[in-house]
Design a protein around this ligand. Structure first.
Ligand SMILES: OC[C@H]1O[C@H](O[C@H]2O[C@H](CO)[C@@H](O)[C@H](O)[C@H]2O)[C@H](O)[C@@H](O)[C@@H]1O
Length: 769
């Protein structure tokens, strides 16, 4: 890097709300040419009312984790004490702060704090302020090399507003591209940091996710390739290759506290997409041996033999399974509370350790957390739900579909250059495919479900994981047999498009977990779209089925597929005091017929049912991203005026310039998803990547959406969803919602953690007595 100037806003704690700006100069470790000014952190300090209060007593420390030896950033007395003090809104903040002093001095300062019985929150605040610096300070923004204002894919987008929006999103890469700042990087002596320094430029998801993430990068790379930012895509791959070389696998994210786990293994898919888009086959010399190594890691560390109760055949299948007996450092308080929850039965050390392993395994899935991983789906508050995690007892359909596709891509990438290796991967793929069809496919319900090792049967939670085998090219014989069955496998998506304003939710179960209803995530819209595109033409060329008179699109779904009754489906609001009906013909808020009248579904599309659903979902995705961005302050000069302050006040966005959210909602298109253990993040890598991919691939079919009227939203008391055209006027102007919107934060945050923290304090005190 030639010139460097990085400004990092470092908010320290809730009790001390000062903000500092550090300017650093460096030669930089990033490969790109120059560095621009950027704010790299997002945490807002909030004053605590209880700074003078004594800290609650603590549970016994968990075992030290061999994989995470830092006495500062890994499980141990220092991290537990800071978390018990609960001085940050987000427990990830402190583990992303490099120390301001040597490790030795930090540990000595910690040891010098008053003993547990007289330690106050203010003592901990003072300690953190004195001994740690700003989170994310080891990273710097870098200027994108080869950035084109008008990349070729924009020519595919015909609607002028959407063309301009896609171009705006293309410009957002500059806000998310990072390099390691060698001048602020800790050497482990002068200071210590949790960052895994990377040699090459990378793109972060955004918000609290300040580092490179594994599976997020797949959708980021899809977008980078549309933007023709080939060198950044290459850099991303080089970083992953460095990690495989160094660690033997790709960690969840670029911090040492992620080193006990991976994430959905999409490196080979990124590699194949990069080679196809750039024609740069030279990368394969380094990449193929390392891809082999990654596959071997999954085979050695994450594979179980499953004897099928259906065919009695034995299949070697992959699962997410992490060895871990302590809270995740980045979610320390959350995990600690889950294990020590006083409203739940007391767990002994072995049970607590097993639950910590489940929590880490859940994070490895990328779907942290979901009813997919629970042994039961009742009693579903976050606390009680997570007690029921059964990730290690689950064989997931999406993971095995990804590995199947990885094997096929490896065979393709070797091609004729190494026929033996190609044949080996083709054989491995065939074995996985056999296992996927045997263990996960339910030929009656026409859907794929995870396999439960405990019950030796398929689970019945229907989720977007059902689309992964289709995306990877695995088609059950029933689907290949006829169009009715093929549609049946996608009939839930058809129902969503007709019955709701938003996109495909993860599941139809509302648990408060972020990978459940009502949340709809960008990666899954992409997978569903790709699954539709992958279906063979002979089963997709017919018209979109329509419900019988008096029925709605729920009736087109095979019996039992969703695992929930129609009356238990999420509700769609139609106005301040009106919900769509939960049964009968008016439960569909759209018009009927092949593509006609689906809210924000674009113009009627010609072609078979899969094309129609694809175009509708693509339009719906763009509607959700654009409307929520506009509702939080986004504007496009000359095409999309900024909303008035009165309107932006509804989303608390009067000083904002538009959020690209990480997750969305089945029913709201003007706000983000909700729930989970951290507040909704904006940025956002995969949202942008999928938006650009959709713009490129569906550009001619995209029509500017009708966004909800925000002022109408303030008209009424609380409700969970918003904003949709009324049932009588599909596709027309918006109708009101009842939700107080927020452009920034939703979910289990400080106050709920404080309450839980207090409960835990009581419980621990009680146990101590
Ligand atoms: O800090 C809690 C958890 O946060 C991450 O998970 C979520 O964000 C990731 C980045 O966008 C995404 O890859 C993942 O699917 C999300 O659920 C992190 O990956 C977890 O390991 C972490 O514990």
């Amino acid at each position: 890097a030639s010139s460097v100037s990085s400004a990092a806003h470092s908010s320290t704690s809730k009790a001390h709300s000062s903000t500092s700006t550090a300017t650093a100069t460096s030669s930089g470790a990033a490969t790109s040419s120059s560095v621009s000014q950027v704010v790299v952190t997002t945490v807002t300090a909030t004053p605590s009312p209880s700074a003078a209060a004594l800290l609650p007593s603590q549970a016994v420390l968990p075992a030290t984790q061999a994989w995470c030896p830092s006495k500062i950033f890994c499980a141990g007395p220092l991290l537990q004490t800071i978390n018990i003090a609960n001085i940050f809104v987000d427990p990830k903040t402190v583990v992303d702060k490099p120390t301001a002093k040597t490790s030795k001095v930090v540990l000595a300062d910690f040891a010098a704090l008053p003993g547990n019985t007289s330690l106050t929150e203010q003592d901990v605040v003072n300690f953190v302020d004195a001994d740690f610096s700003g989170e994310g300070q080891e990273l710097m923004a870098v200027t994108l090399p080869g950035f084109q204002q008008t990349p070729p894919f924009l020519a595919n987008v015909t609607d002028p507003l959407l063309k301009a929006f896609a171009q705006t999103v293309h410009g957002f890469w500059s806000q998310l591209v990072r390099g390691t700042n060698s001048s602020t990087l800790c050497d482990g002596v002068k200071c210590e940091s949790s960052l895994i320094p990377l040699n090459h430029t990378f793109v972060v998801p955004g918000g609290r996710f300040r580092e490179q993430y594994y599976w997020d990068s797949f959708w980021i790379v899809e977008g980078l390739l549309e933007s023709q930012l080939f060198s950044i895509a290459n850099d991303t791959l080089q970083n992953f290759m460095d990690e495989i070389e160094h660690f033997g696998f790709i960690p969840n994210g670029g911090r040492i506290y992620y080193l006990n786990r991976s994430q959905p293994p999409l490196f080979i898919q990124m590699l194949a997409r990069y080679v196809a888009a750039s024609n740069d086959t030279s990368i394969l010399t380094r990449a193929l041996p390392l891809a082999e190594r990654e596959l071997l890691w999954w085979q050695t560390n994450r594979t179980v033999n499953v004897v099928s109760p259906f065919t009695n055949k034995t299949h070697a299948m992959a699962q997410y399974s992490v060895t871990n007996t302590a809270p995740r450092p980045e979610s320390y308080l959350t995990d600690y509370v889950t294990v020590h929850d006083p409203t739940q039965p007391i767990l002994n050390d072995t049970q607590g350790a097993a639950l910590y392993a489940e929590l880490a395994s859940g994070a490895e899935t990328g779907w942290d957390y979901s009813s997919r991983w629970l042994t039961a789906t009742t009693g579903t508050t976050t606390g009680t739900g997570l007690r029921q995690l059964n990730v290690k007892g689950t064989v997931p359909v999406d993971l095995n579909s990804i590995l199947y596709k990885n094997r096929l891509l490896m065979a393709q990438l070797y091609g004729t250059s190494n026929k033996t290796a190609a044949a080996r991967h083709t054989t491995a793929a065939a074995a996985i495919k056999e296992g996927v069809l045997d263990l996960f496919w339910n030929a009656t319900k026409l859907a794929f479900y995870d396999f439960n090792l405990g019950s030796n049967a398929r689970n019945d939670v229907f989720s977007t994981a059902t689309f992964y085998p289709f995306w990877s090219g695995i088609f059950p014989p029933e689907v290949l047999a006829n169009a009715t069955n093929a549609f049946g496998a996608f009939s839930a998506l058809n129902m969503v498009l007709n019955r709701y304003n938003g996109t495909m939710p993860v599941t139809f179960i509302e648990t408060g977990l972020q990978w459940d209803a009502p949340n709809a995530w960008p990666p899954h819209q992409y997978i569903a779209l790709q699954a539709l595109r992958a279906l063979p033409a002979n089963v997709t060329s017919g018209a979109l089925p329509t419900p019988a008179a008096g029925a709605n699109t729920f009736s087109l779904i095979p019996a039992g597929q969703l695992g929930v009754d129609e009356s238990a489906l999420p509700v769609q609001n139609l106005g301040p005091t009106t919900n769509a009906s939960t049964s009968g013909p008016t439960a569909d808020i759209s018009g009927r017929g092949a593509g006609a009248g689906v809210v924000n579904g674009g113009n009627a599309t010609t072609g078979g049912w899969a094309n129609v659903l694809g175009a509708q979902l693509a339009n719906r995705y763009v509607a959700g991203v654009l409307c929520s961005w506009h509702a939080t302050g986004g504007q496009i000069p000359g095409l999309l005026p900024r909303l008035s302050d009165a309107e932006l006040n509804v989303t608390q966005s009067t000083t904002n310039t538009g959020n690209m959210f990480e997750k969305f909602s089945i029913s709201d298109i003007d706000s983000a998803g909700r729930g989970g253990e951290y507040t909704v993040q904006a940025g956002f890598g995969w949202t942008n990547g999928v938006l650009l991919w959709v713009a490129s691939n569906y550009g001619g079919q995209l029509v500017a959406p009708v966004c909800p009227d925000l002022l109408a939203l303030t008209a009424s008391p609380s409700s969970s969803s918003s904003a949709g055209p009324s049932a009588t006027a599909p596709g027309s102007s918006s109708s009101p919602s009842t939700t107080a919107k927020t452009g920034a934060a939703v979910g289990l945050t400080t106050s709920s953690l404080r309450v839980l923290g207090a409960l835990v304090a009581c419980a621990v005190a009680y146990v101590a007595l």
